[in-house]
Design a protein. Sequence first.
Length: 124
Amino acid sequence: MKVRVLPLLLLVPLLGACRYTFIPVIPPRVQVALPPRLTQATLKRAGDELQLSATLTGEVQPGYLTVVWMDQDREVGRDNVYLDAQQRQAAFRLNAPQKGSYRAMLFFGGTLLRQLDLRETGDL
């Protein structure tokens, strides 16, 4: 019996290695800078005008929100509004008496944020 106890006693110090001794490293906080984005944008017809409204969210560096109006593949207008941290909403109008397939592309800082389509097919 003494012969079996001795190998077990030699293994006792190794049991301490089975304990959880690793302390996980907590990573530093990740700073995320999301680009500005449009959360609300609508394009609708009001009489002979097309009305576009847009709201910019996120971290906004002051700059111009530009809209490019298209009728099918032809550019029919261009406009811009200066936006900053206090002014985040923009409204645009385009005189368009005829029904058609209109597209409004919104750019901020040279980056396309959203494209809105309004396709009118006649009287419904």
